[in-house]
Design a protein around this ligand. Sequence first.
Ligand code: ASP
Ligand code: MG
Length: 412
Amino acid sequence: MGRIVQKFGGTSVGSVERIQNVAKRIIHEVDAGNEVVVVVSAMGKTTDELVKLATEISGNPSKREMDMLLTTGEQITIALLTMALHQEGYKAQSLTGWQAGIQTEDAFSNARILDIDSKRISSLLEEGHIVVVAGFQGLIPETKDIATLGRGGSDTTAVALAAALKAERCDIYTDVTGVYTTDPRVVNSARKLPSISYDEMLEMANLGAGVLHPRAVEFAKNYNITLEVRSSMSEERGTLVEEEVSMEQNLMVRGLAFEGNITKITVSSVPNEMHALAELFTILASNGINVDIIIQNVLNEEKTNISFSIESNSLSATQEVLAAHQGKLGFESISYEQGLAKVSIVGSGMISNPGVAAKMFKALSDEEIMIKMVSTSEIKVSTVVKQEDMIKSIETLHDVFELDARVPVQNT
Ligand code: ASP
Ligand code: MG
């Protein structure tokens, strides 16, 4: 007998019929002799609708009340799904995040899970219950306040529970059939991957591929839990996210990620001193501004230019912070370029294959796509291009790295 965690996303539980369909999937595992813990998201677009309601009341709602509001979505799903399981004649009980013993750090809206006291879940399982847990929420132990784990955080609830309960498997049911080489809605020839490594998945998730919450991948990596990302609407096997993934023949790149709405800021003529970079980025960080790619351009012995990219919606905040510290930082002027996008290639095959970045740059320049910024890690290369060139860049790179041509995924 195995212990498994199944997670169902918002689309999978978006209606009464779908909740009943999910109940059947769960029962299938129970009948096979497994102990099952289920994690669910809010139904359909509930969370977005709740966010909208809040913004109709306040332009700047309290974070505590926001979390109080948003966690209600998952609570609806756990009760309905548990009723559906009862209806089929199975023992089941729903638990909110705090009833399930999920403890978070003292931070609203994007809290990390610090610990899980899984006693209550374990004893329910021992009594033969299916346990249905609300995703995306936990309790701050010091204050007994409810905190959410950030949008998409139900994935993290599922993987964290799988770790705490030493589950054999963690299946993430979503509205796509797996992890693709890139977004199939954008590139027709995008292909479902049979498997992807934790590190590659982490890069993809952090670079804007929405299929898994990045912290869920971190948990899976740290506790070595194999995830399967698959669809609740089909029997097709999904994508395995695991430690070791064999490289398909000659494949240096596993997938492409992209994201729009990026702005490049250039701070000109900063004094070229030892502490200049530290000072600038400390000020930005302490004001909550998330900086991505950084480029330093030394002009001469005295002066340097510093460019960095941010999400476009933090442009005005960034300008304000910089203006307020111009005296201290000693720069001459700020300029910015909006309407940019980040296009990245990801693959552990590039560690041992030189020339991957060169191939990327050549492919883009052959299409006359101007690269504005670059950043790399061992297993990714990101470029910033004009947003209007984003789709063309992705299509070009998908072709050049032959991402569509590999062995098809085997279905069972
Ligand atoms: N319901 C939350 C959201 O929409 C959490 C989740 O679905 O994972 O972000
Ligand atoms: Mg999700």
